[in-house]
Design a protein around this ligand. Structure first.
Ligand code: A2P
Length: 311
């Protein structure tokens, strides 16, 4: 199994990236350091995770210590939902780059089809309607400038991807979405494959215990457990390996060195076809519905509306 996938820009995205959402400030540096030493070359971050500065400190230390070179890492960051106005997008990436102590990111994403008023907190009363074509135009300029070597989206449904493709000069390279055996995104994966957009999976372990997530556990799913037992792997390794074999990059979060290593030990074995087939029988449930966005000001009147029926 390839350790990377090729994007529509021609660049490669490493197939396993360290997710940094919910890593506590004081644990970020050691988690990133441990991940890179274990072989990770892809770090997924965002200003919304509130620990991007610490990510920057960790990267600086890795470069200074000679553990890895900048050009061998793939760094993803995301546009803050309060900076969707075209005139704010450039400033947004400059501030992300300052935090990260970098002069470019490998991938910059619109964090979601969700917008808040500029300078406001991420609470329902501050929601406003998106204007994705206008925001995307400014994202394209970031791509032209080289500050973002690829641009993409996150949390976009099939309809929202299609609407964007209809107006984009630079097509999105990536759509980063919730994806794991319990929410496999079959329809979206098919669309992304046919349009050359790489699907990247956040919450590939189902984000056990995370706020906002509700529904069945991925790691205790009977299919995941039975495949793990047959192959003598952990349920987390099975969920991640399933993702790679489906053609998506996976972004597991962990702050624990043992689990960081475990989550990367998925390259020299595979899930045979007969066992892969069993995943198609798993009941599908979106675990992160993002209900708080359903609000008169956001323009989303229901979850159906937000996810365009994919819920
Ligand atoms: P921890 O940071 O203590 O390792 P996701 O990547 O789907 O968002 O899931 C992240 C959650 O899964 C975190 O709570 C993380 O906890 C936990 N986790 C990460 N790796 C593993 C693993 N190999 N086995 C069990 N839980 C894991």
């Amino acid at each position: 199994m390839a350790e990377s996938f090729v994007l529509n820009t021609g660049a490669r995205i490493p197939s396993v990236g360290l997710g940094t959402w919910q890593i506590e400030h004081e644990a970020v540096c050691s988690a990133i350091y441990a991940a890179v030493k274990a072989g990770y070359r892809h770090i997924n971050t965002a200003v919304a995770y509130r620990n991007q500065k610490e990510v920057g400190v960790a990267l600086k230390k890795l470069f200074e210590d000679g553990v890895v070179k900048r050009e061998d890492l793939f760094i993803t960051s995301k546009l803050w939902p309060g900076n969707h106005a075209p005139e704010d997008v450039q400033e947004d990436i400059c501030s992300a780059l300052e935090d990260l102590q970098l002069n470019y990111v490998d991938l910059y994403l619109i964090h979601g089809p969700i917008r808040i008023k500029k300078g406001s907190m991420f609470i329902p009363d501050n929601l406003i309607r998106t204007d994705i074509p206008a925001t995307w135009g400014a994202m394209e300029k970031l791509y032209d400038s080289g500050k973002a070597r690829a641009i993409g989206v996150s949390n976009f449904s099939c309809k929202k991807v299609e609407d964007l493709l209809a107006v984009a000069r630079v097509p999105p390279a990536v759509n980063e979405v919730e994806c794991h055996p319990v929410w496999q995104q079959a329809k979206l994966r098919k669309l992304c494959q046919s349009t050359g957009i790489h699907l990247s999976a956040y919450s590939p372990l189902g984000s056990p215990g995370s706020p906002g997530y509700c529904g069945p556990s991925v790691l205790s799913n009977p299919v995941v457990i039975s495949v793990a037992e047959k192959l003598q792997k952990t349920p987390a390794q099975i969920a991640l390996r399933w993702g790679l074999q489906m053609g998506q990059s996976v972004l597991p979060k962990s702050a624990d060195e043992t689990r960081i290593k475990e989550n990367f030990d998925i390259f020299d074995w595979s899930i045979p076809e007969d066992l892969m087939a069993k995943f198609s029988g798993i009941k599908q449930v979106r675990l992160l519905k993002v209900e708080f966005v359903i609000h008169p000001q956001s323009g989303y009147n229901s979850l159906e509306d937000l996810w365009d029926g994919e819920v």
